[in-house]
Design a protein around this ligand. Structure first.
Ligand code: FES
Length: 107
């Protein structure tokens, strides 16, 4: 398992043997355990950002972690604007990072 995930047995909040899952993130397989959010799987895999801002292209990832800021949005199985911190990862999920350019303003 990845370094950010506590080993089973050391984690008192998870008394049962975890079930492994795999998701793909921009085509790369990331391993997780059942019950983790998509953001949790991403962080555990060592990825700290997975979205770019529209205006400056600045990297974004987890900020609030509670579904308030929308910094963590990704596309999951074709659905855009899914908050990675609020979506439980499911085995086989296909996650794509998001970057949308600013819309053109017409007068
Ligand atoms: S990190 Fe703020 S909504 Fe997900």
């Amino acid at each position: 398992m990845a370094a950010r995930l506590l080993p089973f047995g050391d984690d008192r909040a998870r008394p049962h043997q975890p079930s492994p899952i795999e998701i793909t993130v921009d085509g790369v397989v990331a391993a997780g355990v059942a019950g983790q959010s998509i953001a949790g799987v991403l962080l555990a895999s060592g990825r700290l950002d997975w979205r770019r801002t529209s205006s400056a292209g600045a990297p974004r990832g987890l900020f609030c972690g509670i579904g308030v800021c929308f910094d963590c949005i990704v596309t999951v199985n074709g659905d855009r604007d899914v908050r990675a911190c609020m979506r439980r990862a499911a085995d086989g999920d296909e996650v794509l990072s998001q970057h949308d350019t600013l819309p053109e303003v017409t007068a």
